[in-house]
Design a protein around this ligand. Sequence first.
Ligand SMILES: C[S@@+](CC[C@H](N)C(=O)[O-])C[C@H]1O[C@@H](n2cnc3c(N)ncnc32)[C@H](O)[C@@H]1O
Length: 292
Amino acid sequence: MESPQTALHSDSDRFLECLDHFLKHCTETQAMQDFIDNLLPDIMAKIGNGKSNLNVIGVGSGCGDLDLKILSALHHKYPEMTVDNEVIEPNPQQLRDYRDLVSQTPGLDYVRFIWNEMTAEEFEEQWKENKRTKKADLIHMFQMMYFVKDPEATVSFFQSLLNRNGRLLITLHSGNTGWVKMLEAFSKQLGASEEHRSSDHIKRFLDSKGVRYQSHNLPIQLDITKCFIEGDEDGELMLDFVTDVVHFSKTTSPELKAKILEFLRRPEVSVESNGKVLMNGDSELIILEQLT
Ligand SMILES: C[S@@+](CC[C@H](N)C(=O)[O-])C[C@H]1O[C@@H](n2cnc3c(N)ncnc32)[C@H](O)[C@@H]1O
């Protein structure tokens, strides 16, 4: 008999285990490198005009891999510029890994790291309590908007911190993907307490407020081949990640599992290529400017 379902994102140990597996079996790292190579140069050109120091804030930065790539791109573009890099990350292990990565990475002397082991919401509370007024040139919130309590309030707060010419970058799963469609179709049966957040969610909010933004699709494929091999450990990690349920196979009835696996194979969700099942897991980048 199946036991109660727990949302994967609320179990940080299992989440990190599944995230690690997911990142090894999808093209997200490549998509973010393409973003750094093709979209970031234009964003950087706008934020850096006439400055000798940049204020950067990374929200939900994880273990910092992506943050360091962005800092390196900034340094390459503006070799004379110093950077104050404020890191907001509530998971202690992730933050330790980030600090270790910094200590092992040579040539970061142009960066002053400011560590905040806390959630975006706690950061906002402290910011207001301390009446801080520092403005930011670049704020990024990559794949973390699923975890905040009130995404609209979080977007509004961080947008309010932008300098003139500053940019706020947000990525989430794109609402058009088969992955999001599956999560929407089965949300009740998967025990989701609310609608799955996708870029559509944030764009609807911005549209309703008349806030201007730009958006770009970031194409990502997930190799979900092993999800279809009964009892395969890698397949179980991926299934937990894809369904956002801890130990999905153990906590879900065989009938529901069969229905979800059938959905994942539909042509609008995945393609088969060279014996692999590749699911569309595109993300969307939303770029916001200072509110005027
Ligand atoms: C999927 S990871 C993304 C990591 C990194 N930004 C990247 O794209 O590689 C999500 C991160 O958000 C963090 N997080 C969870 N809840 C948060 C919150 N309320 N405020 C800020 N960060 C949060 C998690 O600890 C995790 O490190």
